[in-house]
Design a protein. Structure first.
Length: 115
């Protein structure tokens, strides 16, 4: 089992920045592929960014150049640095862990970007 707890969401003006954190327990972070997803009201959950256990990353086109995913294996924590935020980034952001093809989810953290 993997438990995930997100934090760092909040209200920010357009153009501002936020850093989300996801603390993992139950497995060592280095063994997990980690990702961030988001879900806006009335929309399906969508992929935002992923960092593989190797450290390789990939991003949704909508956030490339603005968001950065990183991991601190010593702290068992994954981060999502979000810069140049836009109102369309408003959503509940979920942390995801994949281990042996099984997915685990956090409870989500709300990010609201005002125009």
């Amino acid at each position: 089992q993997v438990q995930l707890v997100e934090s760092g969401g909040g209200l920010v003006q357009a153009g501002g920045s936020l850093r989300l954190s996801c603390a993992a327990s139950g497995r060592t972070l280095s063994s997990l592929h980690m990702a961030w997803f988001r879900q806006a009201p009335g929309k399906e959950r969508e992929f935002v960014a992923r960092i593989w256990s190797s450290g390789r990353t990939n991003y949704a086109d909508s956030v490339k150049g603005r968001f950065t995913i990183s991991r601190d294996n010593a702290k068992n924590t994954v981060y999502l640095q979000m810069n140049s935020l836009k109102p369309e980034d408003t959503a509940v952001y979920y942390c995801n862990a994949n281990f042996l093809d099984r997915n685990y989810w956090g409870q989500g953290t709300q990010v609201t970007v005002s125009s």
